[in-house]
Unconditional design. Structure first.
Length: 180
């Protein structure tokens, strides 16, 4: 079917309105990815009802997909938990990197980056930084560190000013004020 092979049109519902009315013609049309088949002669009200139902069903599917897009599949959540665990195990290292983590997970760097991006909707480096910032926030909240410098070093940020900058960008408050 020519219409379904065009990228701009492939998401449109297709209803075939044809003079061919046999079962074989219906099966052929449906196997060719048509959403519905209407043979002549046809009833206008019935055709309109089919079109309304197709449109409504598509809208409902899109709405349901949008509502559940943030729900992670168990294997996706498990993957992110494993990455987070590896980051936290070596959190004070300034060497925590995408290449190191991908190696620990026995996958290529590119595959690791793609999987993290798909699962967390952020690049792998951003995900790693976020895990470290969350831990730094906990350390500051619970009073487990005496200074911003100590929080930065214990979470693998080698540069205190960079740590302060990204902390403030993420949480809307600088870490020194957050400590108080």
């Amino acid at each position: 079917m020519f219409v379904l092979n065009r990228p701009k049109l492939e998401n449109l519902p297709v209803v075939l309105l044809t003079a061919r009315s046999g079962v074989e013609a219906q099966v052929e049309a449906l196997e060719a990815k048509a959403d519905d088949f209407v043979g002549k002669p046809f009833n206008r009200r019935a055709l309109r009802a089919r079109l309304v139902n197709l449109s409504r069903r598509e809208t409902e599917w899109k709405k349901a997909a949008e509502e559940h897009k943030d729900e992670l599949l168990p294997e996706t959540a498990q993957f992110l938990d494993e990455v987070k665990k590896l980051v936290l195990e070596d959190i004070d290292s300034t060497e925590s990197s995408v290449s190191q983590l991908s190696e620990q997970l026995n996958m290529s760097e590119r595959t690791f980056q793609r999987k993290v991006k798909e699962a967390a909707s952020v690049p792998a480096a951003t995900f790693i930084r976020t895990v470290k910032l969350e831990r730094a926030k906990e350390l500051l909240e619970e009073g487990l560190v005496r200074s911003v410098t100590q929080a930065a070093m214990e979470t693998g940020f080698g540069n205190v000013s960079y740590f302060s900058k990204v902390f403030e960008e993420t949480y809307g408050i600088n870490p020194k004020s957050y400590m108080l």
